[in-house]
Design a protein around this ligand. Sequence first.
Ligand code: FES
Length: 297
Amino acid sequence: MAEPLIDRWIRRQRWMDGFAETIQKVIGWIYGVLGAPGRLLEDLMHGTKVLGHPLHPAITDIPMGAWAVAVVADYAAHFTNRLPTEAGDVALAVALATALLAVLTGYTDFRHTFAHERRVALTHGLIMSAAVTLGVVSMALRWWSGSAIHPLAVGLSTAGLGLLIVGGYFGGHLVFGLGSAVNRNAFAEGSDDFVAVGVASDFAEGTLTRVVAAGMPVLVVRKEGELHAIGAVCSHAGGPLDEGTLNRGVVTCPWHGSRFCITNGKVKHGPATFRQLVFVVREINGNVAVKPEVPLH
Ligand code: FES
């Protein structure tokens, strides 16, 4: 089946790659110079900390909804006089205040996108940034024109809402069409029962060993003599955790540096937000078997 027109068009926009890379480097640099607080802030913006789920899609509904209310209130005030003109101003102010968080979380997630996904993310981000710019100018005009409905200000916020809807389409395509930020283990298939994956000597202390249990890639690690197992496919974007590094019971993904505890699969540092699958390990008479800690379905 032919690729959708929108993807074909974006795929041809190679000029985006250098531009996107520069933005990604600047974002990384900003978080880097902030040191430990920067790492915490980055985890908060991804949703790794506190939410345990991507924050950006959870936050974007607020500015979208408030913005739509602002436009409706503006026109209601203008054409019916049943609302004060300030209603639209207040709603737009709420939209812009929360849009700031949407921008921060969005650009933080953007930092770890790649190739076609990155071009679609950049298209989404640029359209949303243009919408926010229109909103800011509209707000400034309202501020300067007092309580009167300023036609140009209303026109700009209306155009901004139109851009938000178009940008929202690209954001939706990014997640639902390309699977960006989707838990890569959400569709894991395998057995809910113990599956033999090797013998004790296959798993030396402190080494990352990949096995396949009924089709599921599993990372097995022996720590202080005890075996632990988590999914070998990084929940963020599918990186191979067995090719990462291990330090004090925490494995670091080789692709974007997410870190996971090998005993409980919890995310220690993003961009991943979803914990890894955890497996119960059984070692009897030198034979090692694993099964998912919780049923897959
Ligand atoms: S694939 Fe991105 S951190 Fe693992």
